[in-house]
Design a protein around this ligand. Structure first.
Ligand code: ZN
Length: 217
């Protein structure tokens, strides 16, 4: 999933108004933030598959450190614990850990069976929502709208920037989502890791939005 993960980050603001939006995006996207680093380090691997279904053009055949169930549980525990050590708020730490784990669950729904249960395991899972382009777009868009509405209800803009920063994010995500679907895949997997690194931009972007919006406790 892509915008579905942002839906969780936005929606979680309602449950944890004191966690910065950038931190929520970091948690919701953590597996995909780690993934390009591991691809570029040569630890995980991806290849291009000129498939008719746009969501299946990246063949994610080797990503056990970022995306196995076991490591996702570990990342979720680690990030939740780190948050607790820094902020001493158990409830928010648990919520943040759950946001990290939500990434794996949403990927489990959307991916074809390519998610290993643990590094070294040859048992792969995935419910394959991606097999239907239309169903993926509908479900992911509805999820995004739900998360966005929750975020809107949980915060109020303090100034114009609080409106502009949020709406440009929504437009940017929508354009990226559509272009990912309609643009032809890259000829080889070489640039994939570098392109995916751009996901890190959403952390400062989220914090920028947050600074200009007041959260309702
Ligand atoms: Zn992922």
């Amino acid at each position: 999933m892509f915008i579905g993960h942002f839906a969780v980050g936005l929606g979680a603001k309602k449950a944890a108004p004191r966690i910065k939006l950038g931190t929520l995006f970091f948690a919701a996207q953590f597996l995909d933030l780690l993934w390009p680093l591991l691809i570029l380090a040569g630890i995980e691997h991806v290849r291009i598959n000129p498939h008719v279904i746009p969501f299946l053009r990246l063949e994610l055949y080797d990503y056990p450190v970022s995306h196995s169930l076991l490591t996702s549980l570990l990342w979720s525990g680690l990030i939740g614990s780190a948050y607790y050590l820094l902020h001493k708020n158990r409830r928010h730490a648990v919520i943040l850990g759950c946001v990290v784990l939500s990434h794996w669950l949403l990927d489990f729904i959307s991916h074809v069976p390519d998610l290993p249960l643990a590094p070294g395991s040859s048992f792969y899972v995935g419910l394959g929502l991606w097999n239907s382009t239309v169903a993926t777009i509908v479900i992911e868009s509805l999820l995004f709208i739900a998360g966005f509405v929750l975020y809107l209800r949980s915060t109020t803009a303090k100034d114009k920037t609080g409106v502009i920063a949020l709406w440009t994010l929504v437009i940017f995500l929508a354009v990226s989502y559509i272009s990912n679907i309609i643009a032809p895949p890259p000829a080889d997997a070489g640039p994939v890791g570098w392109l995916a690194l751009s996901m890190w931009i959403f952390i400062p972007w989220g914090n920028w939005i947050d600074r200009h919006r007041a959260s309702h406790e």
